[in-house]
Design a protein around this ligand. Structure first.
Ligand code: DGP
Length: 112
Protein backbone atom coordinates (compact mmCIF):
# COMPACT_ATOMS: atom_id res chain seq x y z
CA UNK A 1 0.00 0.00 0.00
CA UNK A 2 1.30 3.42 -0.95
CA UNK A 3 0.94 5.85 1.96
CA UNK A 4 2.78 9.18 2.22
CA UNK A 5 2.83 9.23 6.02
CA UNK A 6 3.94 5.57 6.25
CA UNK A 7 6.87 6.55 4.00
CA UNK A 8 7.65 9.54 6.24
CA UNK A 9 7.54 7.35 9.36
CA UNK A 10 9.95 4.89 7.71
CA UNK A 11 12.30 7.75 6.80
CA UNK A 12 11.91 7.14 3.06
CA UNK A 13 10.66 10.70 2.69
CA UNK A 14 12.41 13.39 4.78
CA UNK A 15 10.50 15.27 7.46
CA UNK A 16 11.23 17.73 10.26
CA UNK A 17 10.81 15.39 13.21
CA UNK A 18 9.58 16.85 16.49
CA UNK A 19 8.98 13.68 18.51
CA UNK A 20 9.13 9.93 18.14
CA UNK A 21 8.52 6.92 20.35
CA UNK A 22 7.60 3.28 19.72
CA UNK A 23 4.04 4.13 18.66
CA UNK A 24 3.99 7.76 17.59
CA UNK A 25 5.74 10.04 15.10
CA UNK A 26 5.36 13.83 15.00
CA UNK A 27 6.71 16.20 12.37
CA UNK A 28 6.23 19.74 11.07
CA UNK A 29 3.47 20.26 8.52
CA UNK A 30 4.93 21.18 5.13
CA UNK A 31 2.28 23.87 4.70
CA UNK A 32 1.82 25.41 8.16
CA UNK A 33 -1.45 27.11 9.09
CA UNK A 34 -0.12 28.55 12.37
CA UNK A 35 3.23 29.54 13.87
CA UNK A 36 3.42 26.01 15.23
CA UNK A 37 1.82 23.31 13.07
CA UNK A 38 2.81 19.74 13.80
CA UNK A 39 1.27 16.51 12.51
CA UNK A 40 1.04 13.65 15.00
CA UNK A 41 0.49 10.17 13.62
CA UNK A 42 0.31 6.60 14.87
CA UNK A 43 3.11 4.47 13.39
CA UNK A 44 0.58 1.79 12.60
CA UNK A 45 -1.51 2.65 9.55
CA UNK A 46 -5.11 3.66 10.26
CA UNK A 47 -7.00 5.47 7.49
CA UNK A 48 -8.80 7.95 9.75
CA UNK A 49 -10.87 8.24 12.94
CA UNK A 50 -13.61 6.53 10.95
CA UNK A 51 -11.54 3.34 10.98
CA UNK A 52 -10.79 3.25 14.72
CA UNK A 53 -11.97 0.07 16.40
CA UNK A 54 -11.10 -2.31 19.21
CA UNK A 55 -8.09 -3.66 17.28
CA UNK A 56 -6.30 -0.31 16.88
CA UNK A 57 -7.66 2.05 19.54
CA UNK A 58 -4.58 1.51 21.72
CA UNK A 59 -2.42 3.08 18.97
CA UNK A 60 -4.73 6.10 18.97
CA UNK A 61 -4.50 6.29 22.76
CA UNK A 62 -0.71 6.41 22.45
CA UNK A 63 -1.04 9.38 20.09
CA UNK A 64 -3.33 11.21 22.53
CA UNK A 65 -0.98 10.41 25.42
CA UNK A 66 1.95 11.92 23.51
CA UNK A 67 0.20 15.22 22.74
CA UNK A 68 0.99 17.03 26.05
CA UNK A 69 4.67 16.13 25.72
CA UNK A 70 4.79 17.26 22.09
CA UNK A 71 2.99 20.50 22.99
CA UNK A 72 5.59 21.09 25.70
CA UNK A 73 8.46 20.42 23.27
CA UNK A 74 6.88 23.01 20.96
CA UNK A 75 6.58 25.56 23.77
CA UNK A 76 2.78 25.71 23.66
CA UNK A 77 2.33 26.68 27.31
CA UNK A 78 -0.54 29.06 26.55
CA UNK A 79 -2.79 26.49 24.85
CA UNK A 80 -3.22 24.92 21.45
CA UNK A 81 -5.71 23.25 19.14
CA UNK A 82 -5.86 19.62 18.02
CA UNK A 83 -7.76 18.79 14.83
CA UNK A 84 -8.28 15.63 12.81
CA UNK A 85 -10.00 15.77 9.44
CA UNK A 86 -12.03 12.80 8.24
CA UNK A 87 -12.94 11.96 4.65
CA UNK A 88 -14.07 14.13 1.78
CA UNK A 89 -16.37 16.53 3.65
CA UNK A 90 -13.88 16.80 6.52
CA UNK A 91 -11.14 17.89 4.11
CA UNK A 92 -8.80 14.95 4.74
CA UNK A 93 -6.13 14.90 2.02
CA UNK A 94 -3.79 12.22 3.44
CA UNK A 95 -5.46 8.92 4.28
CA UNK A 96 -3.33 8.08 7.32
CA UNK A 97 -4.86 9.18 10.62
CA UNK A 98 -3.17 12.36 11.79
CA UNK A 99 -3.81 15.02 14.37
CA UNK A 100 -2.90 18.62 13.56
CA UNK A 101 -1.33 20.36 16.57
CA UNK A 102 -1.71 24.10 16.08
CA UNK A 103 -0.56 26.97 18.26
CA UNK A 104 2.16 29.48 19.02
CA UNK A 105 -0.32 32.33 18.51
CA UNK A 106 -3.97 33.22 19.19
CA UNK A 107 -5.83 31.00 16.75
CA UNK A 108 -8.73 32.31 14.64
CA UNK A 109 -12.40 31.57 15.29
CA UNK A 110 -13.29 27.98 14.69
CA UNK A 111 -16.23 25.81 13.67
CA UNK A 112 -16.30 23.69 16.81
P1 DGP B 1 -5.24 16.86 5.96
O1 DGP B 1 -5.65 17.89 4.98
O2 DGP B 1 -6.02 16.98 7.29
O3 DGP B 1 -5.28 15.46 5.39
O4 DGP B 1 -3.73 17.19 6.34
C1 DGP B 1 -2.65 16.75 5.61
C2 DGP B 1 -1.51 17.66 5.93
O5 DGP B 1 -0.32 17.02 5.51
C3 DGP B 1 -1.55 19.01 5.24
O6 DGP B 1 -1.68 20.04 6.22
C4 DGP B 1 -0.21 19.13 4.52
C5 DGP B 1 0.60 18.01 5.11
N1 DGP B 1 1.49 17.37 4.18
C6 DGP B 1 1.19 16.86 2.95
N2 DGP B 1 2.27 16.31 2.39
C7 DGP B 1 3.29 16.47 3.29
C8 DGP B 1 4.67 16.11 3.27
O7 DGP B 1 5.20 15.51 2.33
N3 DGP B 1 5.41 16.45 4.36
C9 DGP B 1 4.87 17.12 5.42
N4 DGP B 1 5.68 17.42 6.43
N5 DGP B 1 3.57 17.46 5.47
C10 DGP B 1 2.80 17.15 4.41
Amino acid sequence: MDCLFCSIIKGEIPSAKVFENEYVYAFRDINPNAKVHVLIVPKTHIDSVDRVDESNVSAVAEVLKAIPEIAKICGLSNGYRVITNVGEDGGQSVKHLHFHLLGGEKLPVRLA
